[in-house]
Design a protein around this ligand. Structure first.
Ligand SMILES: *Cc1c(COP(=O)(O)O)cnc(C)c1O
Length: 377
């Protein structure tokens, strides 16, 4: 699934050390697929998934908007060509002075999930639009977002009433079903919650306009995933079911689904060894690990597809680990990873589908290893 352009780049440029190579053509295809799958939804790319300037510029040019979690991300999106009107400050946890800076840059849409955060926005960005995030159960997500963000729907009602009282524009409801969501129906119950929040506010004379349906769209790792089209159909059916003929403005915020399959990491086998002569599980150490960008292997949550030059030879289970001197730097051990028996020190491997949540998760210089380099082609 890694594109010929990426393979050519690695073959001809022979970059030294581990690196991510991103193919912009794939990002463009992904954007167009999302737009086709949900033609009435605005696309706010979640910048944190991969903020490479070339990617932001491409998406800005295609008409994307941007979901940003910090002032630095807002500045990156604007530098790439997005106007402030196309930026959402989607983090529910912001310093008041950062809200003020975003407001000064012209950003006028902010996420909240508490009364306390509403007060900050009301002081630092008077008159802005806010949307309140509701909790979801994350059931079916391979990288769930737990209970850190959002509040229960009844509290969302109170938060949005409070925002209205403080002179903000209560604009809508948001949720995130959990990242790498492989269940098509995951949006349904959250859209039901959103509708109930809309109704309760309408009874108080506050008319919400927008539902932000978040990210969660998956990347193909080892298992097949449904198409963007299938997600679009399921989401549209749920929107009709819960909102009937009064479907509000909608937003989606794909991160992983926009860039995950557009990148591959070239890495190298540093050591193949055993812990005892009787061991039938070998240890394979790569020159990249949890601290070099593969943080999503935490709890073995994301299982990447790894291509080796010896695929086709007999396989046997391996523990896969990174190169640093931290014992947490093990990628797959509970469920060993099958690798060719003939795999040898110095072999180059390709870790596929690594365009999202890798460069941004790589440490600056743990153990002296440089941060994950990236090439965007
Ligand atoms: C991280 C994040 C996203 C992107 O999630 P994916 O699962 O990568 O699509 C979207 N919205 C918000 C608010 C986020 O924090």
């Amino acid at each position: 699934m890694t594109t010929a352009r990426i393979l050519d780049f690695i073959r001809t440029r022979r970059p030294d050390g581990p690196c991510l190579v991103m193919d912009l053509d794939v990002v463009r295809d992904n954007f167009l697929s999302f737009r086709k799958a949900l033609p009435d939804s605005s696309i706010f790319y979640a910048v944190k998934a991969n903020p490479a300037p070339e990617i932001l510029r491409l998406l800005a040019g295609l008409g994307s908007s941007f979901d940003c979690a910090s002032v630095a991300e807002i500045e990156m999106a604007m530098k790439a060509g997005a106007t402030a009107a196309r930026v959402s400050y989607g983090n529910t946890i912001k310093k008041e002075r950062d809200i003020a800076r975003a407001h000064a840059l012209g950003v006028s849409m902010f996420a909240v999930d508490s009364h306390e955060e509403v007060e900050k926005v009301a002081r630092a960005a008077p008159g802005a639009r806010v949307f309140c995030r509701v909790l979801t159960d994350g059931e079916g997500a391979e990288w769930p977002l737990s209970r850190k963000f959002g509040c229960v729907p009844q509290m969302a009602v109170d938060v949005l009433v409070y925002a209205h009282q403080l002179g903000l524009v209560s604009h809508g409801v948001s949720f995130h079903v959990g990242s790498q969501m492989t269940r098509l129906d995951a949006w349904d119950s959250a859209l039901g919650d959103a509708r109930r929040v809309f109704d309760k506010l309408a009874r108080q004379g506050i008319h919400l306009k927008m539902v932000n349906m978040g990210g969660g769209f998956p990347t193909r790792y080892l298992k097949d995933i449904p198409t963007a089209q299938a997600y679009g159909q399921a989401i549209l059916a749920s929107l009709r079911k819960h909102f009937g003929n009064h479907i509000p403005e909608t937003i989606i915020e794909p991160g992983r689904g926009m860039v995950g399959n557009a990148g591959a990491i070239k890495a190298e086998v540093v050591l193949v060894s055993r812990k005892s002569d009787e061991d039938d599980v070998r240890w394979v150490f790569l020159d990249i690990g949890k601290f070099g960008g593969l943080a999503e292997t935490m709890d073995e949550a994301i299982r990447y597809s790894i291509v080796t030059p010896r695929d086709g030879d007999a396989m046997s289970p391996c523990v896969l680990a990174g190169p640093t001197c931290d014992s947490a730097d093990v990628l797959y051990e509970k469920t060993p990873y099958p690798m060719p028996v003939s795999l040898t020190i110095g072999d180059e491997v390709l870790i596929e589908g690594t365009g999202a949540y890798t460069t941004t998760y790589s440490a600056v210089a743990f153990n002296g290893f440089e941060p994950l380099r990236s090439y965007v082609i």
